[in-house]
Design a protein around this ligand. Structure first.
Ligand code: ATP
Length: 205
C-alpha cells in the first residue's frame, strides 16, 4: 500500500502570516501530501527569545488562518511539554501516532540552513523523515555544500532531493511585529481573521 504523505510545519508562528500559509500550500501540492499539520513551538531551542504572544493566542491565530483549508490542521503537542521540544522528538511522536503508513515531511525555510548542523541529533532527524528546505525571500538558494564539514554526502544528497522551490514572499513574523509596534498597516501580510484577532486582543503593541 502506498504511504500517506504528511507534512509537519513547525515554527513559532508569532504570528502566523501569509508567507507561512502560501509556502505550506505550495509544499502540499509539490509533495502531494494528504495533510499538513502546523506545530507551534513553545520556543525554538535555538532562538533565545520567547514568543511574544501566548501559546494559546498563537494556536488560535493558526486555527483562524487555516480555517478554510480542510487539509490544514494544528497540533499543540509541543506546547504541552514543559521544555522547548526538539524536532526529532516531535517526529518520533508523529511516527508513533500516525503509524508506519505515514511518510513524514518536515518543512524549514532556507534561513534555517546555516544552523541546521546544530539541530539536536541532526543525522537521525534527516534519516527519519524528509527534511524539506524551502526557498525564502532575502536568503540565498539552499547551498548544501557548505554543510560538508558536518553532514555526510548521503544525507546532503537527501536534503538536496527535498528542496522545495516555494514562491518568494518577503514576509516574516519579525517584520509583522515591528510594523504592529509602530502602528503600521499589516493587512497585506496577514489573513484578515488573524489581523482582526490581533486587534481585538491588542497583541504586539
Ligand atoms: P521570525 O521572524 O519571528 O523569526 P518567521 O517569519 O521566520 O519568524 P517562524 O514561525 O519562525 O516564522 O517560521 C516557521 C518556519 O517557516 C521556519 O522554518 C521559517 O524558515 C519558515 N518561513 C517563515 N516565513 C517564511 C516565508 N516567507 N517563506 C518561506 N519560509 C518561511
Amino acid at each position: 500500500m502506498a504511504k500517506k504523505n504528511t507534512i509537519l510545519f513547525g515554527g513559532t508562528f508569532d504570528p502566523i502570516h501569509i508567507g507561512h500559509t502560501a509556502v505550506a500550500m505550495h509544499a502540499l501540492q509539490v509533495i502531494g501530501a494528504e495533510k499538513i499539520i502546523f506545530i507551534p513551538a513553545k520556543q525554538s531551542p535555538l532562538k533565545k527569545i520567547s514568543p511574544k504572544a501566548s501559546d494559546n493566542a498563537r494556536v488560535e491565530m493558526i486555527s483562524l488562518a487555516i480555517a478554510d483549508n480542510n487539509k490544514f490542521s494544528v497540533s499543540d503537542c509541543e506546547l504541552k511539554k514543559t521544555q522547548p521540544s526538539y524536532t526529532l522528538e516531535t517526529i518520533k511522536y508523529f511516527q508513533e501516532t500516525l503509524g508506519p503508513d505515514a511518510s513524514l515531511y518536515w518543512l524549514i525555510g532556507a534561513d534555517c540552513l546555516d544552523e541546521l548542523p546544530h539541530w539536536y541529533q541532526i543525522d537521525e532527524l534527516i534519516d527519519r523523515c524528509n527534511l524539506c528546505v524551502m526557498y525564502r525571500a532575502g536568503f540565498e538558494k539552499p547551498d548544501f555544500e557548505k554543510l560538508t564539514d558536518t553532514l555526510d554526502q548521503t544525507r546532503i544528497g537527501k536534503l538536496k532531493q527535498n528542496v522545495i522551490e516555494t514562491p518568494l514572499i518577503n514576509i516574516s513574523s519579525t517584520l509583522v511585529r515591528k510594523k504592529l509596534t509602530a502602528s503600521e498597516d499589516v493587512t497585506d501580510m496577514l489573513c484578515p481573521a488573524v489581523a482582526e484577532y490581533i486587534k481585538q486582543h491588542n497583541l504586539y503593541r
